[in-house]
Write a protein that binds this ligand. Structure first.
Ligand SMILES: Nc1ncnc2c1ncn2[C@@H]1O[C@H](COP(=O)(O)OP(=O)(O)O)[C@@H](O)[C@H]1O
Ligand SMILES: Cc1cn([C@H]2C[C@H](O)[C@@H](COP(=O)(O)O)O2)c(=O)[nH]c1=O
Ligand SMILES: [Zn+2]
Length: 283
């Protein structure tokens, strides 16, 4: 499916840009915490041209005028920093939830920026795209420590809220969250996989739980039975931990189907291995 863009890069820099054109997913993921699904009634945002030396199109840092009504974020406070963590398997709505919260913060007049890992190049490096096509411009970075320099110290100081997607790919996640929330007073909203395809802790996501004001664990729907899905099953026989992909490689599954799936994949792998051993010419 082609992504639905909330803005082209040109309109990112030069409004009009209308958050009303945000495409919200048709299905609502299960969530222990969920935001009201009211579509925000907002006016056009003002984009800040924070680093004039940067070649156009510049990645976004933007604010929207304060509105009467707003979507609340958990424990919102403008005086001190906060860390909010959103985890769950693939297809659970982590990116969707992150983008909603960023949108809500922006609607409340706060200056926001979103970061994703530059390892995921599936939809290009200039935007975050959900599995059902909602899209928001972002900074694609190799490390979080490079963010301040990239955006420029002045722009960094103006920022109220920093969203981080695909957090499992950032090795310096803990240090960045500490610095941004404790020292710099930022609200940091982090979305990422808590576990990999083997259900092992993925990257540093679980390490930042002790830093968090709130933790939201989302669930998807099991692709095989429709029950709540807590885990991500890898459908291929690749074994590296980091393997970029979508529905062609992964599917959300319930506990029963995760266990069944591992048995099936394990059996298929041993059949393939034994075939390779029998066939002297295979490597
Ligand atoms: N198996 C699937 N394949 C493709 N899209 C799916 C699948 N299951 C759910 N979705 C869609 O993906 C949306 C969640 O996308 P996204 O927010 O990008 O999830 P996450 O960031 O947790 O991977 C769901 O609301 C649903 O519309
Ligand atoms: C389970 C698992 C996932 N990945 C990759 C696959 C995707 O590129 C991202 C997750 O994206 P999403 O926004 O959560 O859908 O992570 C991986 O590299 N290894 C894994 O075990
Ligand atoms: Zn199932």
């Amino acid at each position: 499916m082609l992504p639905t863009s909330i803005s082209s890069m040109k309109s990112l820099i030069f409004p009009p840009f209308s958050p009303l054109s945000l495409h919200f997913p048709k299905t609502k993921p299960f969530a222990f915490f969920s935001l009201p699904s009211k579509t925000p009634n907002v006016s056009y945002p003002k984009f800040l041209h924070v680093n004039p030396s940067m070649p156009s199109p510049r990645p976004p840092i933007f604010s929207i005028p304060i509105r009467q009504s707003h979507i609340e974020t958990p424990q919102s406070s403008s005086l001190c920093g906060e860390v909010h963590v959103i985890v769950g398997p693939m297809f659970a709505g982590k990116t969707t939830t992150l983008l909603h919260r960023i949108q809500a913060e922006s609607n409340n007049g706060r200056t926001v920026a979103v970061i994703k890992s530059n390892k995921d190049t599936r939809y290009g490096l200039d935007s975050i795209v959900t599995h059902d096509g909602m899209k928001l411009p972002c900074w694609a970075l190799a490390s979080l420590s490079s963010f301040r320099l990239k955006i420029g110290p002045d722009a960094y100081d103006q920022l109220d809220v920093i969203g981080i997607d695909e957090a499992q790919f950032f090795e310096d996640l803990y240090d960045f969250c500490c610095e941004a929330a404790d020292h710099d007073g930022k609200t940091v909203i982090v979305a990422g996989l808590d576990g990999d395809y083997l259900r092992r802790s993925f990257g540093s996501v679980l390490n930042i739980i002790p830093l968090a004001n709130s933790v939201t664990k989302l669930t998807a729907r099991c692709e095989l039975c429709g029950k709540r899905a807590f885990f991500t099953l890898r459908k291929t026989d690749e074994t590296e931990t980091e393997l970029i992909g979508g529905a062609e490689v992964y599917m959300p599954v319930c506990r029963q189907h995760y266990v069944d799936g591992q048995v099936v994949i394990g059996a298929a792998r041993s059949v393939l291995e034994s075939k390779k051993l029998q066939c002297g010419t295979c490597t």
